[in-house]
Design a protein around this ligand. Structure first.
Ligand code: PEP
Length: 257
């Protein structure tokens, strides 16, 4: 039984004031929602504040350096993150791939560095609309995922969550349909099964791309969906809370079967 996890990606949004009120909403939620794991990936400058002011919600970041330390201006290392009780690091978000030129191997090396240090790496994979419509969906996803599978040890892979995020669904309001999501998640799990059967049974594959309270139930209850990575809706405590409640209900429903 894989436990559902709902992870917020705040991106480069918020201010000290808005983050204070978001932390207050999340703190209320955390006492009510113990059967779904929750994490928020915050802008680095707010790590210390969120770490000191949040309870029952794990802390994460949106990127991490593939290097240990040294002359890498602007980068943040895993050991710095651990100083702030950070447990999760998103790697390979499509915005980092598209806007900051991160390659599949960069993403794999970041995932390796994070998991080596005991952080959970949330590895994002996903196709553009052009790749999907031109029949390259499977090839693109296989290359993105295989680079990570081949670079990490089995123990490191046990600390990886795969996030399927179709690029065309991120921030557009246009989520993938339930059948598109299940089809891709089953495909991703089959790639992991070919690599290692036990890993495939346990690895979480979460969905991201315009997930919101209105479509969370339908998507989270799919057989191969183990949670969600939430952008826009994670900035509103009420919406994030409703998605967490759906995850909790789905968990109970899947458990009963
Ligand atoms: C994301 O950026 O990871 C994301 C899923 O964004 P949104 O929920 O806004 O589509």
């Amino acid at each position: 039984m894989r436990k559902q996890i709902i992870i917020g990606n705040w991106k480069m949004n918020g201010s000290l004031l808005s983050i204070k009120s978001l932390c207050e909403s999340l703190n209320k939620l955390s006492t009510e929602s113990l059967s779904a794991d929750m994490a928020v990936c915050v802008p680095n400058v707010y790590l210390s504040y969120v770490s000191d002011n949040i309870k029952g919600v794990a802390l994460g970041v949106q990127n991490v350096s593939q290097y240990d330390d040294g002359a890498y201006t602007g980068e943040i290392s895993v050991s710095m993150l651990k100083d702030f009780n950070c447990q999760y690091a998103i790697v390979g978000h499509s915005e980092r791939r598209a806007l900051f030129g991160e390659s599949n191997i960069d993403v794999a090396l970041k995932a390796k560095k994070a998991t080596e240090a005991g952080l959970c790496a949330i590895v994002c994979v996903g196709e553009t609309l052009e790749e999907r419509t031109s029949g390259k969906l499977e090839e693109v996803l296989k290359t993105q995922l295989s680079t990570v599978l081949n670079e990490l040890t089995l123990n490191q892979l046990r600390n990886v969550i795969i996030a399927y995020e179709p690029v065309w669904a991120i921030g557009t309001g246009l989520a993938a349909t339930a059948s598109q999501v299940q089809e891709v998640h089953a495909y991703l799990r089959s790639i992991v099964t070919n690599f290692h059967v036990e890993l495939a049974k346990n690895i979480k594959i979460i969905y991201g791309g315009s997930l919101k309270p209105s479509n969370a139930d339908e998507i989270l209850k799919l057989a191969d969906v183990d949670g969600g990575l939430i952008g826009g809706a994670s900035l509103c405590g009420k919406d994030f809370g409703e998605i967490v409640k759906h995850a909790k209900a789905v968990k109970n429903a899947k458990h009963v079967k």
